[in-house]
Design a protein around this ligand. Structure first.
Ligand code: PLP
Length: 430
């Protein structure tokens, strides 16, 4: 396993993160345990900010909170002066409960309910990203009733294949998200919105996928967005923002080859700048809303090794005390991770083992064929890069309590989500 962020190995051969020793943390908080290297999150945010600053246009750097949403994470994003992208009433509620300023929140979602829209409007969030025609009607109805207006951004589907896994590609024409560009829906949506006195159109949005490695998709999409922007701008003085979405990839394994974040972000914005120049416009104000690339590498999940099973001439399995309940990404779309035995980092990796979860589901796997030191029951298995779309996708399948989450920074550990108990698991049952 590659060491990320502030990770290091102490003289006992034990993994340390944020200056805290992993075996001590496991003893204190139990396993499975999700650790966040806070310093690393701050560094990623700074890398984004540095690239954005170099273009000298007003910008918004938002955290796509669905990657990992909890009050502590919202507070951290606020400390770093980020904005917040929420996609549901629940994420909005979490942000507000963490005293995140509503004027730096905006809302996404392809099927926001009237209740969610109303909640967003009454909370005073900055804007709503409209996804479809029905939402325009729903929104106008609420605004009319409340006799107020709302800033809006239109989510456009620019029809670009971002070269990522099919399940996490959102910008192609055949997508459940956004207004289709090719069939004229995007232009139609803009003229509809412009006719509504309760809606103030301030920008256009795209999000072309996730775990994207290549800039080409962004460049092509930006060209199309710039053309649309210039058509709409003629009739709309309030249009001033271009939201490029999120989606930048991270290194889950040594095989993932990526430029440094700062350089990647610069490349994307330079592409957008060229696209807008081509239609005779200066680069608009920019919004960018990464999720994964802010938190994924900062997260490490610590499991306790339990049982072993060897299928002669086929495969060696080890089972850990979590699984698809805390990390469903392998089961969902074949995600690949790296791992290590965190309490024996000096031991040579010489056994190929597959790591299974403890759920009653054959697809409940965390790693296939990982090279590790021979694992023993009681060892601590650390899986890296679990900071995004792990806890946020966690479930109680088999009625497993969800793990605890601890922030580590400069030698201090802080419990930010406590481990669920059996009574939590039953807490909603009547
Ligand atoms: C999920 C999502 C993001 C964040 O994507 P990452 O791949 O995690 O950076 C940004 N914008 C929208 C609209 C999203 O749905």
């Amino acid at each position: 396993m590659e060491l990320h962020g502030t990770s290091s190995v102490n003289e006992r051969g034990v993994l340390e993160i944020g200056g805290c020793t992993v075996d001590d943390l496991a003893a204190t908080y139990g396993t499975p345990l999700i650790l966040y290297d806070v310093e690393q999150i701050r560094e990623r945010i700074r890398a984004y900010r540095k690239s954005l600053l170099s273009f000298q246009v007003p910008y918004v750097l938002a955290y796509a909170s669905k990657a990992f949403s909890c009050k502590a994470m919202c507070r951290l994003a606020n400390e770093e002066a980020m904005w917040l992208d929420v996609v549901s009433g629940g994420e909005l509620h979490t942000a507000l409960a963490a005293d995140f300023p509503p004027e730096r929140i905006y809302m996404h979602g392809n099927n926001k309910s009237s209740d969610e829209l109303e909640y967003a409007i009454m909370s005073g969030i900055h804007h709503i990203v409209i996804d479809n025609f029905d939402e325009i009607d729903r929104l106008v109805e609420i605004l009319r009733k409340r006799n107020t207006s709302m800033r809006v951004v239109l989510r456009i589907t620019p029809g670009v294949d971002a070269h990522t896994h099919e399940f996490i590609t959102t910008g192609t024409q055949d997508s459940k998200f956004g207004f289709d560009l090719f069939s004229g829906q995007a232009d139609e949506a803009a003229s509809l919105v412009l006719k509504q006195e309760h809606l103030i159109l301030i920008g256009l949005h795209m999000h072309i996928g996730s775990q994207i490695f290549e800039a080409d998709g962004f460049h092509i999409a930006s060209e199309r967005m710039a053309q649309l922007y210039s058509r709409i701008k003629v009739n709309c003085d309030t249009l001033e923002w271009f939201n490029m979405g999120g989606g930048l990839g991270i290194r889950y394994t040594k095989e993932d080859r990526l430029p440094p974040l700062e350089q990647a972000v610069k490349g994307l914005i330079e592409g957008a700048k060229r696209a807008f120049e081509r239609v005779g416009l200066a680069l608009p104000k920019l919004m960018i809303e990464p999720g994964r690339s802010i938190v994924a590498e900062a997260g490490t999940t610590i499991y306790r090794v339990g049982s072993r099973k060897s299928v002669p001439n086929v495969r060696d399995y080890i089972a850990i005390d979590g699984g698809m309940t805390d990390n469903p990404r392998l089961a969902l779309y074949g995600a690949v991770y790296e791992a290590c035995i965190a309490n024996r980092m000096f031991d040579e990796s010489k056994q190929t083992v597959s790591v299974a979860g403890k759920c009653c589901e054959s697809g409940d796997m965390i790693l296939w064929d990982a090279l590790l030191p021979e694992p023993h029951p009681g060892d601590l298995l650390a899986v890296s890069c679990t900071g995004a779309y792990n806890y946020s996708m966690a479930s109680n399948y088999n009625r497993l309590p969800r793990p605890a989450v601890v922030f580590v920074e400069r030698g201090e550990a802080r419990l930010v989500i406590r481990r669920e108990t059996y009574s939590d698991v039953c807490s909603l049952d009547l």
